[in-house]
Design a protein around this ligand. Sequence first.
Ligand code: GAR
Length: 197
Amino acid sequence: MISLVVLISGGGSNVRSLLEAAEDAEYPARVVAIGADRDAPGFEHAEAFGIPTFTVPFTSFPNREAWGAALLDQVRLWDADVVILSGFMRLLPPGFVDALSPQLINTHPAYLPEFPGAHGVRDALAAGVRQTGASVIIVDNGVDSGPIIAQERVAIEPDDTESSLHDRIKRVERQLLVQTVLDIANNTVNLQELSDR
Ligand code: GAR
């Protein structure tokens, strides 16, 4: 059984999929805490499943490094096997990434290295491509540039809006994340090996 800390900024549908998966006693991972950089609406899932939460507001610190150090202190309290960024919308300072990577993973709503950054869905639509995707990666110090653990294509429909496309991507993303965590727990995915490649 592996333990997970999940960091969110928004609605937390991805973390909910992990909480639901963990209701199955056979699923080999448990979320031990959910953290955020703000009062995230996704905390409602933590409450529903009785998971502890913590908030380290970005705006309470003089700079990114100080905020990252405080966030790292909170994360470390849980001694988790893997830390997941799941819709966490702040760039993390190198001190945070270096302390946790490669046991630090991120979900992204595009088929990386295509469309990195904060607007992966919008950028794919604007590019006029016919397919995009979802990815789970190891976090490094670039923007969505770390080793890819798993990814899947999602077709773009002619009448897609950012919201309709993101909804479809998120459905794929949730399955990808639940499967990736299972693979890490079963050691069919080895994060250290992937990051050493
Ligand atoms: C997800 O699509 C995630 O990949 C994306 O935010 C969404 C969060 O959804 N993350 C990024 O764009 C990071 N660059 P959720 O809050 O419902 O889980």
